[in-house]
Design a binder for this molecule. Structure first.
Ligand code: PLP
Length: 346
């Protein structure tokens, strides 16, 4: 039986040309700065993001953590959305390892945090308060239906921070998805942030890795932080080679994933007993819910799994499907047919 795995875009396997690039990769010791393939990926990534420098890390979680630890000292505060990946799903690393105080502010359904809410969260100069050091944004916004933040919004947040000693970090795990929807160069979405991290191992299909980008001085300091975390890798050109192929070959096909997600969302909206936020489905994620309390998300996910279709339960009554490389329009139609059949029986 064929499996259609829609749990996440992290399940993507490396393409044949990535495997070939891995095999051919020229290697050296990256802790000495001598891995030519890693150096090449980092130059490419910096160029794509419009920053001076870049650094390969193991994961998106490490990328965000390295950036937070580089920006903030112990006891300083970072403002971030209450639905942000960093707050919800990174094991509290910022406070556990950095002593950084998370100040959560409500995320709007479109993934933004209102400017007035950020303004209100910024601390005054008072001995009672932690110092506000950082504002974190997320684009696309995972837990907000994969919503896209515009360059205008990102610039407005950066303008708020500027001149107050406050930095802006962008968790751009899926920044290329955002750029594809907006039809803009990624640089427009990163031009005014101090640091950005993006994932090679999600929609871009590489097996491992994320890249953090920023000014030269920031990346120099970030290298030290990565070393502390045990993230100094040696012949990591093995990983970087696939990352280079990902940037060269996998960015332009992302629109296909968005078309498939839309096809899925439109189909789900037509099925009796399921609801989804159709307008909110902008990228490769579809969140939906069974209406009937009898047929829970858990049961629905289990029944689909028996048919070889894998989705992720993301709440008591919430399910997520993510489209990616390897998922075709036909897979979407098979998924919709299976969902329809289960719902008709219930
Ligand atoms: C997946 C993800 C991360 C973390 O990436 P890992 O490689 O899984 O550690 C960070 N931020 C967002 C928005 C993500 O979706």
């Amino acid at each position: 039986m064929k499996t259609i795995d829609l749990r996440s875009d992290t399940v993507t396997l490396p393409t044949p040309s990535m495997r070939e690039a891995i095999y051919q990769a020229e290697l050296g010791d990256d802790v000495f700065g001598e891995d030519p393939t890693t150096n090449r990926l980092e130059r490419m990534a910096a160029e794509r993001m419009g920053k001076e420098a870049a650094m390969l890390v193991v994961s998106g979680t490490m990328g965000n953590l390295v950036c937070l630890l580089t920006h903030c000292k112990r006891g300083e505060e970072a403002i971030l959305g209450d639905k942000s990946h960093t707050f919800l799903y990174e094991a509290g690393g910022m406070s556990a390892l950095g002593g950084i105080h998370p100040h959560t502010v409500r995320n709007q359904p479109d993934g933004t945090i209102r400017l007035i809410d950020i303004e209100a969260a910024i601390r005054g100069d008072n001995v009672h308060f932690p110092r506000t050091r950082l504002i974190c944004l997320e684009n696309t916004h995972n837990r907000c239906s994969g919503a896209v933040l515009t360059s205008e919004y990102t610039d407005a947040v950066a303008a708020l921070a500027r001149g107050r000693g406050i930095m802006v970090h962008l968790d751009g795990a899926r920044i290329f998805n955002a750029a594809a929807v907006l039809g803009v160069d990624v640089k427009e979405l990163t031009r005014n942030v101090d640091s950005v991290s993006f994932c090679l191992s999600k929609g871009l299909s590489a097996p491992v890795g994320s890249v953090v980008c920023g000014c030269r001085e920031f990346i120099t300091e970030a290298r030290r932080v990565r070393k502390v975390l045990g993230g100094g890798m040696r012949q990591c050109g093995i990983i970087a080679a696939a990352g280079i192929t990902a940037l060269e070959q996998m960015v332009d096909r992302i629109a296909e994933d968005h078309a498939n997600a839309r096809r899925l969302a439109v189909g789900i909206a037509r099925i009796q007993g399921l609801t989804t936020n159709l307008e909110g489905t902008q990228t490769n994620m579809v969140y939906f819910e069974p209406v009937d309390e009898q047929l829970t998300a858990e049961i629905l996910v289990k029944q689909l799994s028996k048919k070889g279709i894998r989705l992720l339960q993301t709440g008591p009554s919430q399910i997520r499907a993510v489209t990616h490389y390897g998922i075709t329009a036909e897979d979407i139609d098979l998924t919709l047919a299976a969902l329809d059949k289960i719902m008709q029986k219930s």
